[in-house]
Design a binder for this molecule. Sequence first.
Ligand SMILES: Cc1cc2nc3c(=O)[nH]c(=O)nc-3n(C[C@H](O)[C@H](O)[C@H](O)COP(=O)(O)OP(=O)(O)OC[C@H]3O[C@@H](n4cnc5c(N)ncnc54)[C@H](O)[C@@H]3O)c2cc1C
Length: 284
Amino acid sequence: MIPLPFEYARAATLDDAVAKLAAANGRAKLLAGGHSLVPLMKLRLAEPTVLIDIARIPGLSGIREKDGRIEIGAGTVHHEVASSALLREQCPVVADAAAAIGDPQVRNRGTLGGSLAHADPSADYPAAMLAVDADMHIRGPKGSRTVNATQFFRGLFTVDLAADEILVSVEFSPARASAYAKLYQRASHFAIVGVAAALDASNGTIRSARIGLTGAGPAAIRLTRVEEALAGKPASKEVFATATKDAGAHLQSVTADIHASEQYRRAMIAVFARRALEGAIARM
Ligand SMILES: Cc1cc2nc3c(=O)[nH]c(=O)nc-3n(C[C@H](O)[C@H](O)[C@H](O)COP(=O)(O)OP(=O)(O)OC[C@H]3O[C@@H](n4cnc5c(N)ncnc54)[C@H](O)[C@@H]3O)c2cc1C
């Protein structure tokens, strides 16, 4: 289908984008990579009358170290995240998640901010953001605010972001012992199940673990039961196998769709949680 007519405006700066959004009074949508928004417009599931292009705002993209933390601009494309030497060394789970997205065309055009704002229930980044305990920096007409990933993902295609706000960047601490494991949906490459794990371990003992799950419900969640089962235990394959055995079975509800039954997804959550943990510890 063909989208409804719309006006196009390119924002020169972040302030310009905020002003343009406010002026459009709820009728505008930000355009980043366009890989989620444009298909929705063609299906007429989104009908903005103004598109504000934020793809060329200086400073909105890039990966940098900041006071011992890592910051990624919302406009950074998946390929840049996947191939970042800094992330590969200091926080590989985020690079893993980016590398697992779609195909080269999608990874060269789609952005971190677009993916997080869109919040597809099978998107890869949300699980990684939960695992690294990311803070989301947001700008709107009333100023700036920061929301932790645990509060950001609210539900199906729903995040803590108002219509007049822009996700500017995400920030998190390094997590070297981290990895993402994903069961692909063959055609689209979206996650049937995706698990991101980040471990804080020393001398072979796990101090704490953070595990994010995507693809199994309306929004990404943490596997808190597995996290608790791992704290204080040795970082071994046996411990991972025991802690993850019922990871899917314990969840209150799990998605069933044309790609996978609920029972299959529950079984795969256990398998991919174990794989993510094994991948994380291999990087220590
Ligand atoms: C064939 C195909 C395969 C894909 N496979 C995968 C996959 O395997 N895994 C996966 O996770 N994703 C996948 N995707 C989705 C892809 O990652 C998109 O790039 C992403 O979901 C949206 O990013 P975008 O930059 O294209 O955003 P856009 O489409 O431009 O925008 C998406 C939404 O976010 C809003 N938005 C954009 N930037 C901001 C911002 N900075 N602040 C606030 N709101 C903003 C827009 O207004 C819009 O509502 C796939 C997409 C396609 C087309």
